[in-house]
Write a protein that binds this ligand. Sequence first.
Ligand code: ATP
Length: 357
Amino acid sequence: MAGWLNTPDNFHNFRNPQGCYVIEFIDVHKSFDVDGRAVPALNGIDLKIEAGEIFGIIGHSGAGKSTLVRLINLLEKPTSGRVLVNGTEISASNADQLREQRRGIGMIFQHFNLLSSKTVFDNVAFPLRLAGTYTAAQIKERVAQLLARVGLADHAGKYPAQLSGGQKQRVGIARALATNPKVLLCDEATSALDPQTTQSVLQLLAEINREFNLTIVVITHEMDVIRRIGDRVAVLDAGKIVEVGNVADVFLHPQHITTQRFVQEAENVDEAEEHDAFAHVPGRIVRLTFQGEQTYEPVLGQVARTSGIDFSILSGRIDRIKDTPYGQLILSITGGEPDTALQSFADAGLTVEVLRG
Ligand SMILES: Nc1ncnc2c1ncn2[C@@H]1O[C@H](COP(=O)(O)OP(=O)(O)OP(=O)(O)O)[C@@H](O)[C@H]1O
């Protein structure tokens, strides 16, 4: 059944003809009327989400994430400003156009939102039946194909109550993909799952992103989710985007205080505690950040030898941001020529931050 799944070729037809942005917010404000008073939820959002990327939106409760996502899936209209999805401004769409546009946007939820009285098969078939344009044989084939893709081929006859959380979310993903959307919105999709199940669901999302060139928008309050699969991230705080960039840049060098706190939470670091712990350590204290292949290179030893410094490692971690390894070390440096050492680290491509001079 060729043509059922997104392919890079047919995907291009859905790109914004003016560029490659699937979703675009232009100075968007949204407020809600509460007892005759306008309560602002979003204040001047400018955002461009590119075709085929995994874009994370992180924020605390009340920051405006759900409102932002409801503007993307066309459930809300902006109070002012423009939201474009696949190049079309939603507030200018009529009812038929809206229905057609909504079919191009899939969504998965924190609590899965499956129909408990229907089998796995019927849950996934639901949007296809709703569309009213597929034969029973086409629906059967499509659902089988989707269930196989999410690893649930043997569970078609089960009911949601008979599934684990991870399996329920896989059904949610299969259902969201049924009508072949170009955009998948994930609203806290792994927040109800244990760490191991979270990992496998995130892996599945990363795979379908690559296979179908699907644009995925991930709404979360956990930086770790974005670190694992995100390409770019926007940090939302009190209805405003306070930081946006590539995940590696934002994660390793967070600028805004809200971003810094999210990163510290993800790394389980208490900066005040760390600062106290280093108070009695002699020498300069520096943080070195390695990215990519340099993570595994013997830079520390080489620089120590050439500059004559001694160093102790006060804390350190090696991990991955999506597919790229990175390392962060906090060192105390004594003796030798510390300025030469810091320059040599920078020359080797490491990011050097002096925490105490
Ligand atoms: N329908 C509504 N009517 C009135 N106020 C609303 C409505 N929806 C959202 N708000 C307000 O808008 C602000 C942003 O809410 P929103 O639900 O978008 O935040 P959020 O980041 O998704 O939070 P959470 O993670 O808790 O869902 C909040 O102050 C909220 O009270």
